[in-house]
Design a protein around this ligand. Sequence first.
Ligand code: 25A
Ligand code: L14
Length: 332
Amino acid sequence: MKKYNIAVVGATGMVGRTFLKVLEEINLPVENYYLLASSRSAGSKITFMGKEYTIEELNENSFDRDIDIALFSAGGSTSEKFAPIAASKGVVVIDNSSAWRMDPKVPLVVPEVNPEDLKWHNGIIANPNCSTIQAMVALRPLQLKYGIKRIVYSTYQAVSGAGMGGYQDLENGIKGMAPKKFNHPIFNNCLPQIDVFLPNGYTKEEMKMVNETKKILGDDNMKITATTVRVPVFDCHSESINVELEKPFDLDELKNVLANAPGLVLEDDIDNCVYPMAVNAKGKNETFVGRVRRDESLDNGVNLWVVADNIRKGAATNAVQIAQKMIEMGLI
Ligand code: 25A
Ligand code: L14
């Protein structure tokens, strides 16, 4: 069996460290790993797979060797510059940033949802936004069974989505210190702004959810709106999702569809106060759905509560699963 060489770009970051954890858990046929980051951490050592690795500084020549797959999570500008360099050397880049997601030549993939899109890549595959990924895992089975007309997203997003800086703002805020990463205190607060504002009054995070959903579900006509909110939670994004389906549904049957969907766990037992929660989803690779109930203001409406670990399924796990799926499908 072929063995692969894998590079991790941004290995010292929040997502990068989780790439390494997930790679230790998921057994891929790997020969060599190369761990890269900026000059800030070049030369530092990381123990991974029981071996000590030295972090290398990323540069134009980093991919001038036998590398099959590069997992990138070092921010948009690094991906913009270095992903094409890697791809031109025959490396398959799986990129976590938002730089390439809406490029029509770049597949945007959640492996449980649209694995067939992996076939038409040109060297770069984009990992969707964390909030989009977990929504897709819950919505694809409903789209296939009932059709989707309209989606209303409201998110409750963890500070870890903003990297190390976001984490530190909440830790320091608890101690009464001023924020550095966010423009307002996050402790004891909710911020109705994630990423920058766009001319239409939405944030970039909100429009990522709208546009990425259409691309992944393959339906430009779907009606979608979103409000994304940062909450004082360290890990795991929670989402309220209101969906208008095309076809009528039986609620028990719909719950059954969700219970049997790949990558999704139904946690819905209101008699015992069981529903998905951030504290339980932490460290898990699955997406959790609950509070499944009819929207009584619509003919074919349903409300869902969806929770996942934004650094795992929302970033690192999804990217590693893309690599795993490509190997399985014989695409690398
Ligand atoms: O705004 P941008 O540019 O789009 O970036 C968004 C940021 O979000 C994170 C990631 O931050 C990214 O920088 N991120 C990316 N995708 C994400 C996702 N899907 C995501 N967050 C959530 N969901 P991060 O801090 O977690 O990780 C940054 C990693 O990228 C490396 N890096 C940065 N510039 C680079 C580069 N690698 C190569 N070339 C470049 N030009 C970075 O390496 C890290 O691995 P580093 O050497 O710079 O980091 C060393 C140590 O520095 C500390 N640190 C990093 N960032 C911060 C920080 N400390 C305080 N505040 C910070 N903001 C850490 O201790 C790290 O170990
Ligand atoms: O587009 O700050 O992948 O929570 C994911 C995390 C954007 C910001 C992306 C956050 C980023 C988001």
